[in-house]
Design a protein around this ligand. Structure first.
Ligand SMILES: Nc1ncnc2c1ncn2[C@@H]1O[C@H](COP(=O)(O)OP(=O)(O)OP(=O)(O)O)[C@@H](O)[C@H]1O
Ligand SMILES: [Mg+2]
Length: 487
């Protein structure tokens, strides 16, 4: 099977998301589609998978031009896609979700479906319980489910849009093994959209690069990462040295905190964070770091222990009390927790700007939005609905919404989905806040990000925490061992 994109163009209002793009995908290969945030990668992949129609151009399979009106049309021709934001049906079980979209009518043969599902999970080494509810699954598990569903529908070309954001290292290895086997043993075509160039080098054998909606070049892999970066941005980009600042008075004091959720219990967590300090939280997904960061933002009350902010007891205070004390939290699930789909950028500012008046000052909200969009280099306009921004631009915008002069800034995966240049930029902005005395605590799945930016690191494993304070111990290798419970 050979898929060709022929002269694909797509505009959204004034934005030229894809301009005259032609690419060829051969079977048995793993391709990378690369480019900066907003380059047009997701748009192109959505066109290829029938989720969006091109303004002009063709998707051609084995010489035949396809008429794609919906994702089901593409699946019928063997093209399936895993979207950047998962599109499943949370109130259903794994098995119910698995059979969604399949022929067989309203009463499918559940037993046969279950058997088929179990065979597939066995074959690919995915540990998925068919009777769990999808909203209880981690992002990595939801993704495994969607891959199995697409495979069971007979897909031969599998497109994955940033599949490794938000999954654990183990889940990533399992995923990569499956993708390699699908390409090399079963001659399928795999297309990966990713900002993690290490992943691209590990998995792919060919890269296509887009810049501002146009195809700008391709590379055989393996090749040096800086060459890919240069092709993506048109220039060489380096990570800057992080200046260390001297820390000030304690901002956050946590003593003997105990947290309990349905998944796990974390005990005896103590931590003092000072003005100007950056603390990285490391651990496998669901090891308690998410519960901790929510407990110190007033979203998740602790069972025991005390939380003080600037000396004041805030142990069971509400989210609003924490906000009033200068604590802000930026969660990871951009469109789920942080931003509100359907609202424009200006409406987001109108909601978050502090105001004593009972009405919204739209003129001010509009002005601030314009300033912030410019300052944070967000590709979008004040009246763009948030969901029309590219993934990376949503993240930039979420950061742009944060108020100045915070005491404590809590971030969950602050650079997830960002291209290299944007990630560097975001960290410059965050580190600049230290000058105002802001303390920063952030969760990241990228150990090199934790090592690069943290003054100290707290590692979560099996309900326990380990504080790494010595910079000599702060290496990707050592942290990796702590995360996996090996010391
Ligand atoms: N539904 C839409 N309405 C309006 N504009 C859109 C829509 N979808 C995408 N765009 C715009 O098209 C451009 C390309 O977006 P796209 O999502 O394809 O980028 P991307 O390369 O996937 O970026 P990222 O790495 O940030 O995910 C962006 O400027 C984006 O704002
Ligand atoms: Mg995208």
């Amino acid at each position: 099977m050979r898929v060709e994109l022929q002269q694909i163009s797509k505009t959204f209002g004034r934005v030229r998301a894809n301009q005259d793009i032609s690419l060829t995908f051969e079977e048995g290969h793993i391709y990378a589609v690369l480019g900066e945030n907003g380059a047009g990668k997701s748009t192109l992949m959505k066109i290829m998978s029938g989720y969006q129609a091109a303004d002009s151009g063709h998707v051609v399979v084995d010489g035949q031009s396809l008429e794609l009106r919906a994702p089901t049309d593409a699946i019928e021709h063997g093209i399936g896609m895993l979207y950047q934001d998962p599109l499943d049906f949370p109130p259903f079980t794994v098995l119910e979700n698995f059979i969604a979209g399949r022929p067989g009518g309203v009463f499918p043969d559940m037993e046969a479906a279950r058997q088929h599902f179990l065979e597939l999970t066995e074959r690919f080494g995915f540990a998925l319980d068919p009777d769990r509810y999808v909203d209880m699954l981690t992002i990595g598990e939801r993704q495994q489910l969607e891959i199995l569903r697409l495979l069971s529908l007979g897909v031969r070309v599998l497109i994955l849009d940033e599949p490794t954001t938000g999954i654990s290292a183990e889940q990533k290895q399992a995923l990569f093994n499956v993708l390699k086997s699908l390409a090399h043993d079963e001659q399928m075509t795999i297309i990966l959209v990713s900002h993690k160039l290490e992943d691209v080098i590990e998995l792919c054998d060919h890269a296509y690069v887009l810049r501002r909606g146009r195809f700008v070049g391709e590379k055989e892999i393996p090749c040096p990462i800086p060459q890919l970066v240069e092709l993506m941005f048109g220039k060489v980009i380096e990570r800057k040295e992080v200046p260390r600042v001297s820390v000030g008075a304690p901002v956050l004091e946590v003593e003997n905190l105990a947290l309990s959720s349905h998944r796990l219990t974390v005990e005896n967590l103590s931590l003092t964070v000072h003005e100007g300090e950056v603390i990285g939280l490391a651990g496998l997904d669901g090891s308690g770091q998410g519960a901790f960061i929510r407990s110190i933002s007033g979203l998740f009350p602790p069972m025991r222990g005390t939380i003080r902010v600037d000396g004041r007891d805030m142990t069971r205070a509400s989210y609003h009390d924490f906000a009033a004390a200068g604590v802000a939290f930026l969660p990871a699930g951009r469109l789920e927790e942080g931003l509100i789909a359907g609202m424009t950028l200006t409406e987001h500012f109108a909601l978050t700007l502090p105001s004593r008046a009972p009405w919204v000052n739209w003129v001010r909200a509009w002005r601030v939005t314009q300033e912030r969009i410019q300052h944070f280099n967000v590709k979008g306009r004040p009246n763009s609905p948030i969901q029309t921004l590219s993934g990376g631009n949503q993240q930039r915008f979420a950061l742009a919404l944060l108020p100045d002069n915070l005491r404590l800034l809590l971030l969950e995966h602050p650079t997830r989905g960002l291209d290299v240049e944007s990630a560097n930029y975001i960290w410059e902005q965050l580190l600049a806040r230290r000058e105002q005395g802001t303390a920063i605590i952030f969760i990241s799945a990228e150990l090199d990000e934790i090592v690069a930016y943290s003054d100290r690191v707290m590692v979560f494993f099996g309900g326990q925490t380990t504080l790494v304070e010595d910079r000599a111990q702060m290496t990707v290798g050592h942290l990796g061992e702590l995360i996996g419970g090996r010391m």
